[in-house]
Ligand binder design. Structure first.
Ligand SMILES: C[S@@+](CC[C@H](N)C(=O)[O-])C[C@H]1O[C@@H](n2cnc3c(N)ncnc32)[C@H](O)[C@@H]1O
Length: 307
């Protein structure tokens, strides 16, 4: 692959999705984009870069960005966030929202659905949630992942990863070597294609946000921007759940970690944010300024996806 090919495609992917591809990821770019090149009848990834310099390439841009997403996920991934959901977040919300009996949850990188469906199963398993209006929104930039999420059809390998056997037996039906998730559990989740770089305001407010294992792909200003915009969509007692390798510390003071609860964060109230010692390192973070993206070298400036 030519150097300009890597430079051009990695800056396009960064501009359209936030995903940062460093030079060491050249092999990844090549292996993920070779099938895209073949699908478009091209010889190589260099041909993709050539085509992207011509106008009217929004379909190819979408496919290139989609190919560079990593959709790895599984049911009850890392377990702890789901234990925290059941034992900390849900009991809090049951008391705090007992009058309106309404709960809104957002899975901001839902991938193929295992994360939102793990949450739906936990809600279904809790008899005291009967009579509550629970909305789960699952969003992702990848159409392919979302199609699989909506279908709720998983392989033997996928249901063996993290899903307790009693939930498998209760909520899935076997069709050949695939497992179909119960329609009532599927109906609890609404899926939408959505790019985290776009404005969140249309989605409304969420009591609980799962934004797991996606910030790791972004640079620091993008993480900060996304986290601060998530904070604006949450009430003061809302919960944010990040992936095991992700944190707000040193990135933003919009959230504070919940002591002793790994991966769990809450809104940092303004009075607390002013006291860096009490708020921890997060209190020292600077005011957010997301740099404007550099001018694209690509002809097409069509937005990647609506959302
Ligand atoms: C590794 S998966 C995480 C799935 C799930 N949250 C989990 O922890 O198991 C990361 C997901 O983030 C999505 N993603 C990457 N960039 C995105 C963006 N800019 N907006 C929305 N989703 C994005 C990818 O398509 C992928 O499905």
């Amino acid at each position: 692959m030519k150097k300009e090919t890597f430079d051009d495609i990695s800056s396009l992917v960064k501009e359209r999705s936030g995903i940062v591809l460093t030079r060491e990821k050249e092999y990844l770019l090549e292996s993920r984009l070779e099938p895209v090149a073949r699908r478009y009848g091209m010889q190589s990834v260099d041909d993709i870069a050539g085509a992207l310099r011509r106008p009217g390439q929004s379909g190819l841009i979408t496919d290139v960005v989609e190919a560079m997403t990593t959709n790895e996920t599984f049911f009850f991934r890392d377990r702890t966030p789901f234990d925290l959901f059941k034992n900390e977040m849900l009991p809090h919300m049951k008391t705090a929202r007992r009058r309106e009996k309404k709960l809104r949850i957002w899975c901001a990188a839902a991938s193929m659905g295992q994360e939102p469906y793990s949450i739906s199963m936990l809600l279904k398993e809790d008899p005291s949630m009967a009579g509550w209006r629970t909305e789960i929104l699952g969003t992702d930039i990848s159409n392919e992942a979302l199609e699989k999420a909506k279908a709720g059809l998983y392989s033997q390998f996928e249901v063996q990863r993290g899903l307790p056997v009693q939930l498998l037996v209760k909520y899935f039906k076997q069709h050949g070597d695939m497992w179909q998730l119960d329609s009532a559990i599927r109906a609890m989740v609404q899926y939408k294609n959505f790019n985290l770089l776009n404005s969140f305001t249309l989605h409304g407010r969420f009591d609980i946000v799962f934004c797991r294992n996606v910030l790791i792909y972004f640079d620091q200003p993008t993480k900060k921007d996304i986290l601060e915009r998530i904070a604006k969509q949450m009430p003061e007692d809302g919960f944010l759940v990040l992936g095991a390798a992700e944190t707000v510390i040193g990135i933003t003071d919009a959230f504070k970690s919940v002591p002793g609860k790994r991966g769990l964060f809450m809104i940092n109230r303004k009075d607390e944010a002013k006291a860096p010692l009490r708020a921890g390192l997060a209190g020292a973070a600077v005011k957010p300024v997301l740099p404007r993206p550099a001018a694209s070298r690509f002809a097409s400036r069509m937005p990647l996806k609506a959302g």
